[in-house]
Design a protein around this ligand. Structure first.
Ligand code: ZN
Ligand code: ZN
Ligand code: ZN
Length: 92
């Protein structure tokens, strides 16, 4: 029965260790962005946060902090962020 088949159809999450099945592709995309390390810009998936941060640091599509992975629109923004972070380290 087509209606029942459609109801059973699920979008299983392909990440290892995640057994979730999502009801729709939209749900899956949302889940992937929220729960997993996914680069929207490059459409790439990463096993863990460290791999994602490494990717952003190495890719010229990203301007990101190599230590915390924060994204910036410009190199100036990143520079300011790094200065702020190193300042807060100094004061400790
Ligand atoms: Zn998942
Ligand atoms: Zn990327
Ligand atoms: Zn940072």
């Amino acid at each position: 029965m087509p209606a029942e088949l459609a109801a059973i159809k699920r979008f299983p999450c392909p990440f290892s260790g995640c057994r979730l099945s999502l009801r729709s592709q939209g749900d899956y995309y949302r889940h992937r962005e929220m729960e997993h390390e996914h680069c929207k810009k490059c459409n790439l998936d990463f096993e863990d946060w460290e791999a994602f941060v490494k990717h952003k640091a190495q890719s010229d599509k990203h301007i990101s902090c190599p230590s915390c992975g924060a994204d910036f629109k410009s190199h100036d923004g990143l520079k300011r962020h790094i200065q702020l972070v190193s300042k807060s380290y100094d004061s400790q």
